[in-house]
Design a protein around this ligand. Structure first.
Ligand code: KE4
Length: 428
């Protein structure tokens, strides 16, 4: 008798018949590590409960939103309360005003902000707005940075595009892709050369200030400052894609950590509290170019949805109340200390900033995509599955980041470090 399919395997078999690849987002398909994905039926704190009742300590955190851990009662209660008054109005509602004021208070470079429903919408809108404001067509981005599945930005992209070997997606017109210039990260000379080669043509430079879609690497000292100066000099806009880093690395995101004032910022994940939310904002003179005041069109049926606003506001308020960013730095430091003990003397590179981390299976330094691609993906896959078998879920790709939450206890990270140390012994 064949062993009964696990519930996840059964679900995945059905899913594959009705959903491309069996998943609603490619990186969930485990193609970067082999095997089939598990299905989750519930989540709480730092733990996932799979469809087969396995409990996993979660370091993906639904790719960033679960900064307080999963289903924090402060957020679920806010959703429950808001839902009693309706689900969507299609008119302005008070919560979107409070969200706008909160974002502008947390992120001083954001003088005006518009809500959307995903990080992709946020970056897509920033690109269109930058082109409309400057009257220029070209966009400069960095190899390995991922900004959602925007046609103009699916060029040398990271995250799932990189994991699945399609950094340049099919379906993006060559004529459009030619308007996107890509260069290596942490290379000010390459930036200068790109501006010199495209004089007066670059509408904006867009980047993840801390790239976390090719693993996680950090801007070298002076790099972000050079970018800021070069954009100002060229009359191009500096766009920080803080969909991942925003409201996580600090209350004001990476731009607060590094003291850089971008012209526009794309946001998402944490500000939705787990519900579909994105946002983009920045200088008022630029944002005022948006319809209905200006000529740049942008819209969304569910933008500013009251339930999503209630969830996001509850999460942001709680992070402020519990000094969540201080807690995350303490948890992150403890985690880093334990992991560095576990990996010592092995050919590995561990990066951490705040509650975001990555373990590269290669020697350092890892400063940009070409370095990250030196990782031994076979060893990473073995490490991933050993950890998963022992109850630890990390991102199913070397080209993703890990996330800690306020809900990860000392006992959780000590158990994790022990399991990771065992996994490394099995791999090396
Ligand atoms: P969404 O459209 O997926 O909400 O956001 C796109 C996006 C934009 N900018 C940055 C810096 C991002 O990291 C993302 C999305 N992050 C991935 C994880 N690397 C989402 C996971 C997935 O694609 O399923």
């Amino acid at each position: 008798m064949p062993s009964p399919l696990s519930i996840s395997q059964d679900l995945f078999e059905t899913a594959r018949r009705r959903i491309p690849g069996g998943v609603n987002s490619p990186v969930r398909a485990f193609r970067g590590v082999g095997g089939d994905p598990f299905f989750v039926k519930s989540a709480n704190g730092c733990r996932l409960i799979t469809a087969d009742n396995r409990e996993l300590i979660d370091y993906v955190g639904t790719w960033g939103p679960a900064i307080l851990g999963h289903a924090p009662s402060i957020v679920t209660n806010a959703v429950r309360e808001a839902a009693q008054h309706g689900l969507s109005f299609g008119t302005p509602n008070p919560l979107e005003v409070e969200m706008a004021e909160t974002i502008c208070r947390f992120v001083p470079s954001v003088e005006k902000v518009r809500m959307v429903n995903s990080g992709t919408e946020a970056t897509m809108s920033c690109v269109r707005l930058a082109r409309g404001f400057t009257g220029r067509d070209k966009i400069l981005k960095f190899d390995g940075c991922y900004h959602g599945h925007v046609d103009s930005l699916l060029v040398n992209a990271g995250s799932g595009a990189l994991t699945h070997g399609a950094p340049d997606s099919a379906g993006v017109p060559k004529a459009l892709a030619r308007l996107t210039v890509t260069i290596p990260f942490n290379n000010p000379e390459a930036v200068r050369a790109a501006f010199a080669a495209n004089p007066g043509e670059i509408a904006a430079v867009i980047l993840e200030p801390v790239p976390a879609n090719a693993g996680l690497y950090l801007p070298e000292p002076g790099f972000l400052e050079a970018l800021r100066a070069l954009c100002t000099e060229a009359g191009s806009l500096l766009i920080f894609d803080e969909v991942m880093t925003g409201f996580r690395l600090a209350r004001g995101g990476a731009q607060e950590v590094y003291g850089i004032r971008p012209d526009l910022t794309a946001m998402g994940k944490v500000i939705g509290g787990g519900l579909p939310v994105g946002a983009f904002g920045g200088r008022a003179d630029i944002m005022d170019q948006l319809s209905p005041d200006g000529p740049v069109y942008q819209a969304g049926t569910l933008s500013g949805n009251p339930i999503a606003m209630a969830a996001g506001l509850a999460q942001l308020r709680e992070m402020e109340r519990c000094q969540g960013w201080t807690q995350l730095e303490e948890i992150g430091l403890s985690f880093e200390t334990l992991i560095r003990q576990a990996i010592r003397s092995r050919p590995l590179t561990f990066h951490r900033i705040g509650s975001m981390f990555c373990l590269y299976f290669c020697e350092g330094p890892v400063l940009r995509l070409s370095d990250a691609k030196r990782s031994d993906l076979g060893k990473f896959s073995k490490f991933f599955h050993h950890c998963l078998d022992e109850g630890i879920y990390i991102a199913p790709s070397q080209f993703e980041a890990g996330f800690l939450s306020v809900a990860h206890s000392s006992a959780d990270i000590e158990q994790t470090a022990r399991i990771m140390a065992g996994a490394l012994k099995a791999v090396f």
